[in-house]
Design a protein around this ligand. Structure first.
Ligand code: ADP
Ligand code: ZN
Length: 294
């Protein structure tokens, strides 16, 4: 079986073709320009490829309510040209096949649950800490949707006592994304995160903020695993620092063996590496195919 996958990111789109084992057999990527241009490239890539369904994991906010008139649309993004773009509908006009549709981070959480670091578990939370911060939630065997979809990147952390940076989120200033995404690190310290030394105080502050968000997530959703991905997590020293912050914050309160004895196996990097969202989109495509063929 050949299933298409689209990972729509803020900086680039990745399209791929994979099978029901989660193996990506072919892929291309191109920059996130105006939607018409992106869509033209998507359509020309999948044309003649014989895919039986396509799954999409796309940057949000997006409309994922099947009962809504604007289901499949990108909604209020400040990204030029994208607000109100009928993404799924445009694809449907080109291909008469089933489509899966969710956020890029929900797709990544799903990919990790089906084939990655949370394989076999019925819940996990996926954080991407990159140009923005996004949180995907898989719970009781399903991706979590509600009023819209989770927007955990904009949680409001307690400020670090030594942090004088006002925060860079255009909506909230010092929310999690405004304090801890890649661009916030660069603005606060005046140098790109990738160029900061491993022992720079930036990383303790980063772990302080991400650690709080992970703690809140554990308290609120009780996921069976937490997966941390995104460009900022390329700083290998961060993961153990975040685990230590979570342990400190929880202070033994949540009585669960993975938190008390095995946090290294509980807060983990993506099992699928950079492919989490693309594989998750593939899984969404497979699910869409099954929903009409089973
Ligand atoms: P995106 O979020 O756009 O999909 P990434 O997940 O790759 O892409 O995140 C890009 C962000 O991660 C940028 O802000 C960049 O500065 C930051 N970043 C990338 N590599 C590193 C690194 N090694 N150390 C710290 N920050 C990094
Ligand atoms: Zn915000």
């Amino acid at each position: 079986m050949r299933i298409g996958a689209i990972e729509g990111g803020g900086t680039k789109f990745v399209c791929g073709i994979g099978n029901e084992q989660g193996v990506i057999e072919d892929r291309i990527s191109f920059p996130t320009e105006q939607p018409e241009k992106v869509m033209e490239q998507i359509i020309s890539y999948f044309k003649d490829k014989g895919v039986q369904a396509i799954g999409n994991g796309t940057f949000g906010p997006i409309d994922i309510d099947p009962a809504s008139q604007t289901y499949g649309y990108v909604t209020t993004t400040p990204k030029p040209g994208w607000s109100g773009y009928p993404f799924v509908e445009t694809l449907k006009q080109a291909f008469d096949i089933p489509f899966g549709w969710d956020t890029d981070v929900n797709a990544a959480a799903y990919g990790e649950a089906v084939w990655g670091a949370a394989k076999g578990l019925d819940s996990c939370v996926y954080f991407t800490i990159g140009t923005g911060i996004g949180v995907g939630v898989f719970s009781e065997g399903k991706l979590v949707h509600g009023l819209v979809h989770p927007e955990g990147g904009h949680l409001l952390p307690r400020r670090h006592p030594e942090d004088r940076f006002e925060g860079s989120c255009p909506y909230h200033g010092d929310c999690l994304e405004g304090l801890a995404a890649g661009p916030a690190i660069e603005k606060r310290w005046g140098i790109k995160g990738s160029e900061l030394a491993e022992d720079h105080p930036a990383w303790a502050m980063e772990a302080y903020y991400v650690g709080q968000a992970v703690t809140s997530t554990i308290l609120l959703l009780s996921p069976k695993r937490v997966v941390l991905g995104g460009g900022v997590m390329h700083q290998k020293q961060l993961l153990p620092m975040i685990r230590a912050e979570v342990t400190r914050n929880l202070n033994g309160y949540v009585s669960a063996a993975p938190l008390l004895n095995d946090i290294n196996e509980y807060i983990v990097p993506p099992g699928l590496g950079e492919n989490a969202a693309l594989c998750g989109s593939l899984a969404l495509g497979l699910e869409a195919w099954k929903s009409v063929n089973d």
